[in-house]
Design a protein around this ligand. Structure first.
Ligand code: B16
Ligand code: MG
Length: 231
């Protein structure tokens, strides 16, 4: 059992937590696989969530039984990213997942620090497209870490930048690998999505719609979690 003495910060994953970009990653990878003569399923795609661009490509090529040189892989990853960026060209605040912006505002109101912990090298670009920059006190993305999720480095660095203790931090993640990263970093893990795939998390929520900080805290009964919820 983790004990949170004081809720200091919330760190959010990006794709699948703040914004609905997971479907565009899937589309871009699928188009790449199809161009190489094979396909992969939605279930396989679940395994790519939270995984770096190169890590995802390695898995996909493995599924297709295709071998490529390092140089060829770099070209394929660059193609996928260009295609992905085309797909998200018109991304805007309308693509933020329901309720998440209100939840960010509520955290700020209560003086809780907000961080981003994403595997994506496009994170800053996406946050800017959504015009959410001012909500984040610290951003950690795929350009800043050596070890991807499930390694805790992304979230540890976010806590360092926010100057908060991991045990006083809640991480919101849609990927099992991200939940594992939060748990091994000693943070509280809240899964965003289905109970089935995120069962390792301390708590799973379907989304942020009608989620209030006080309710969230009440839903973490095994944690001695106290936050100032006064205005
Ligand atoms: P990029 P997250 C992850 O973002 C995605 O879940 C994963 O599908 C993607 O491959 C990875 O970012 C790298 O993204 O190609 O944009 O650098 O969920 O950790 O915010
Ligand atoms: Mg994600």
């Amino acid at each position: 059992m983790i004990t949170i003495h004081r809720l200091e910060a919330c760190v959010f994953d990006l794709d699948g937590v703040i914004v609905d970009t997971a479907k565009y990653h899937y589309q871009a990878w699928k188009d790449l696989a199809n161009s190489l003569g094979f396909d992969f399923s939605e279930a396989q795609n679940e395994l790519l969530k939270g995984v770096s661009r190169m890590g995802s490509l390695d898995l996909i090529l493995q599924w297709g039984g295709v071998e490529k040189s390092k140089k060829e892989k770099e070209a394929l990853a660059a193609w996928k990213n260009e295609h992905y960026l085309e797909l998200i060209e018109s991304l805007g605040i309308q693509d933020a997942l329901p309720g998440v912006v209100d939840f960010l505002k509520e955290l700020s109101k209560h003086g809780i620090k907000i961080g981003l912990g994403s595997a994506s090298k496009n994170a800053v670009k996406i946050i800017s497209k959504l015009k959410l920059n001012s909500h984040f006190d610290a951003i950690v993305d795929g350009t800043q870490v050596t070890n991807g999720k499930p390694h805790p480095e992304t979230f540890q660095l976010a806590c360092e930048k926010l100057k908060v203790a991991p045990k006083n931090t809640i991480v919101f993640e849609d990927a099992p690998k991200g939940v594992q990263a939060a748990l091994s970093g000693g943070m509280v893990a809240v899964g965003v999505g289905s109970e089935e795939s995120l069962s390792e998390a301390h708590l799973v929520i379907a989304g942020f719609e009608s989620l209030y900080l006080e309710h969230l805290i009440n839903k973490l009964p095994t944690l001695e979690l106290t936050a100032s919820t006064s205005n």
